[in-house]
Write a protein of this length. Structure first.
Length: 228
């Protein structure tokens, strides 16, 4: 009975800026390209890029610089940014895991509740392998499997289906406005990880995982399982 009940809940995690500290590498790679194009690009500008597809990020960057280019040049810049980013993440290891993330993952795993990764990153599998977190996830949905970028909820809906949970019985951990919006549109419980003022649309907000305790997780599981 208990095992069956537990299967009703599902936990879905974004990757960049939630589980691992790769958001800084995206910022550096975009800033390098922006400098090349003569566009001023700040950390505040980068907030708009979080949780958004690489293609849309480049579109936003070019809009900032009022630059119009051919599809061929656009694709070359996409590849250039990704190659730059891959150089940064090639040296990743367990030190990149954000504080207390493993503690939360361990607790959920011990409860027997399925977990999925729902990320716009096309490098998600590679990153999880480098930081040795692959074994925690029952399903991984990344940028290679979706056609619609957040705030469209496609990535989270696919993740819920893969772990056998209904959307209303799932919770999403996100650090981006677009991700919180996607979770809310999907009818899932949303947890913002980061600046609570920026992520004010989330159902719950924490600066980081060190603020998440066992009681909150237990209450959250009960909440998810009570939804019909």
């Amino acid at each position: 009975m208990i095992k069956s009940k537990m299967k009703k809940a599902g936990f879905i995690f974004d990757l960049d800026g939630v589980i691992v500290d790769t958001a800084k590498y995206h910022y550096l790679a975009w800033k390098n390209l922006a400098n090349e194009l003569g566009i001023e690009f700040t950390e505040a500008d980068n907030e708009k890029f979080k949780g958004v597809s690489r293609k849309r990020c480049l579109e936003l960057l070019l809009e900032m610089g009022n630059i119009t280019v051919s599809k061929e040049q656009f694709d070359r810049w996409l590849e250039e940014k990704n190659e730059d980013y891959l150089k940064y993440i090639s040296k990743m290891d367990k030190k990149e895991i954000l504080p207390d993330v493993t503690k939360v993952l361990d607790y959920i795993k011990d409860k027997g509740i399925p977990m999925a990764l729902g990320s716009a990153s096309k490098n998600a599998v590679s990153i999880l392998e480098k930081v040795a977190l692959m074994s925690y996830f029952d399903a991984i949905v990344d940028g290679t499997q979706v056609t619609k970028a957040k705030p469209d909820p496609e990535v989270f809906l696919i993740a819920a289906k893969k772990i056998g949970a209904e959307p209303e019985n799932c919770v999403v951990f996100e650090d981006a406005l677009a991700g919180i919006e996607a979770a809310n549109i999907a009818g899932m419980e949303s947890i913002g990880i980061g600046d609570v003022k920026i992520l004010s649309d989330a159902d719950h907000g924490f600066n980081n995982f060190t603020e998440i305790d066992v009681k909150f997780l237990d209450d959250l599981i009960l909440l998810l399982e009570s939804k019909n």
